[in-house]
Design a protein around this ligand. Sequence first.
Ligand SMILES: [Zn+2]
Length: 311
Amino acid sequence: MTILNRNSRPQTLAVPVSLTGNGLHGNQPCTVRLVPVDRATGLVFRHLPSGTNIPVNAKHAGDLTLATTLVKDGIRLQTVEHLLSALVGLEVEHLLIELDAEELPILDGSAEPWVSAILQAGVQTLAGRRRFIKINQPVEVQLRDKWIRVSPSKGLGLRVRYSIDFNHPSIGHQSREISLTPDKYRREVGTARTFCLEEEIDTMRARGLALGGSLDNALVFGADGPLNDVLRFEDEAVRHKMLDLIGDLALLGAPLAGLVEAHAAGHALHVALAKAILDQPQAWTWEEMSDADDSRKRPQPRFSPVFAGIA
Ligand SMILES: [Zn+2]
């Protein structure tokens, strides 16, 4: 297995890489091409048919029902969160993301196909230092019994504590806490699939949603357990909530250093937290990662070009 290390330099991909698949909700094909950049630009989507560029930022957040949408100049990019999660999880924070349709492919319902594509393309570093939003005071958003909060933690890392309470026998209460590193993201979070309850499917389809959904790209929980053959983790549902949260926090426009705790949250609360943080600049400072924070303590690993350039 590739050893993934934290890098104090901004990272982009070494070579372009493409993935194609149908969207979960609209069931239309979409090809996404991840294109390296030559300086620290952040993450920017480019909708090729219209030529519209949409920087990944909370100010472009649109509809947040069941998926995260970015909207600008009439272009509406849907279900961006799993790709963004893989990029943030692997600390590839500067990239041009070209796409030829408005809904990203759902692939297997997790971030793993994106993770594999990123690892095959390999990473290269850019000039400068990685800049973090370092939380100094708590910021919280609450909606009835659902809430999300960020508070200070040591160092320049993201720690996530997530809990869910489903009044459903197949899910129930699940909670997990992870101090994120690229390696932990890949092993413990990135492979968890999106999920829904069997009883929700008719309602979603009646609203024109989940038209591309199947047991190949989503976990479906029936009254007696998952309809899928096997779970990837016993608590796959809460791990997928963490995956979504990490992707939605990409809308901050920079990596977050702090402890994020969420209970029964979802895309709307995740993005509300990102907006609340950006609206409260007194709660955080910009911090740069120094070589001392760099976990590598050795020359930068370059992924072998032998693995680069998958179609
Ligand atoms: Zn998701």
